[in-house]
Design a protein around this ligand. Structure first.
Ligand code: FES
Length: 291
């Protein structure tokens, strides 16, 4: 799913993460050079290590902002990726705290042990940085978080704002002009539900976005022959009945009645989702009216 903080599809979070990774790695390298050469001269190696550590700390704070936005607004709720992203974020918060304390010990502690503790703490931090990077890579390369998918026929990503409607009544979720190409998909947020609305041939179908296997986003999947294929592990579901066509998913998905009246597409509103996600309640989505 496409990142919310980007410049022309270039995501900001991975760009900024280069700062703490590079600077903290550089800081450790200077520390090791200082140890190896017994920099007893003017202490420039130690000074460089300290300065790079502080600069990395500032970079980490800057990178955290788009990371938090994407965690709340992009990572599918109730999915394996959500837990992984939470671990990734918590480790990064811990690392920022560790490097902040490390810098204070090095530069502000009058005791010599404060300085001596610096290099072991940097080694510990570097190990945590590698683990966090591994989790971040898994989020992108396996869970495809932040990937700007193009659907069949190069269909672009579309998403509605928060919509509400009386349960059982049709609610406008889009127009046929938005579904000009076969395979076009749109993620609709209706009464706290995430609903995938797609064009299948000449008709419009609607079904739950969440794959019942591990919560993969079906709006990023491929729709063909009345079957949607999940992008994470390949489960397939009928878009007519919601039944599993092929695993590993075992539980069917929910399908929603659709009414097309002229150019207007309406989906029958489900009961409000009392477990609506932070995303649907936080205002990170555009508010209603922006269908
Ligand atoms: S999340 Fe595993 S197949 Fe969809």
């Amino acid at each position: 799913m496409k990142s919310r903080v980007e410049i022309k599809s270039h995501h900001i979070h991975p760009m900024l993460m280069a700062l703490p990774i590079g600077l903290w790695a550089g800081s450790l390298a200077y520390d090791l050079c200082d140890l190896a050469t017994d920099d007893s001269g003017d202490g420039r190696l130690r000074q460089s290590a300290d300065d790079m550590m502080l600069a990395g700390f500032v970079g980490a704070l800057a990178a955290a902002i788009p990371g938090i936005v994407d965690y709340l607004a992009v990572v599918p709720p109730e999915s394996s990726a959500k837990g992984r992203a939470a671990r990734h974020g918590m480790i990064n918060v811990g690392l920022a705290a560790l490097y902040g304390i490390n810098w204070l010990l090095r530069t502000r502690s009058p005791a010599r042990w404060g300085r001596r503790l610096g290099t072991p703490l940097s080694m510990l931090g570097f190990g945590g940085l590698m683990y966090s990077g591994w989790l971040g890579g898994t989020l992108v390369y396996r869970n495809q978080i932040g990937v700007d998918h193009r659907g069949p026929n190069a269909a672009k990503w579309r998403e509605s704002g928060r919509l509400k409607g009386e349960p059982g009544t049709p609610v406008t979720v889009g127009t046929m002009a938005e579904f000009e190409k076969p395979g076009q998909m749109k993620l609709v947020h209706l009464n706290g539900h995430r609903i995938a609305v797609m064009r299948e041939g000449d008709r419009i179908v609607a079904f739950q976005d969440r794959c019942t296997h591990r919560g993969g986003p079906l709006t990023d999947g491929v729709l063909a022959c009345n079957t949607i294929t999940c992008p994470w592990h390949g489960s397939q579901f009928s878009v007519d009945t919601g039944e599993v066509v092929s695993g590993p998913a075992e539980e069917k998905i929910r399908v929603y009645p659709v009414r097309v009246e002229g150019e207007v597409i309406r989906v029958v509103a489900p009961e409000p989702n009392l477990d609506a996600t932070i995303e649907d309640e936080s205002g990170l989505l555009p508010t209603a009216g922006m269908v």
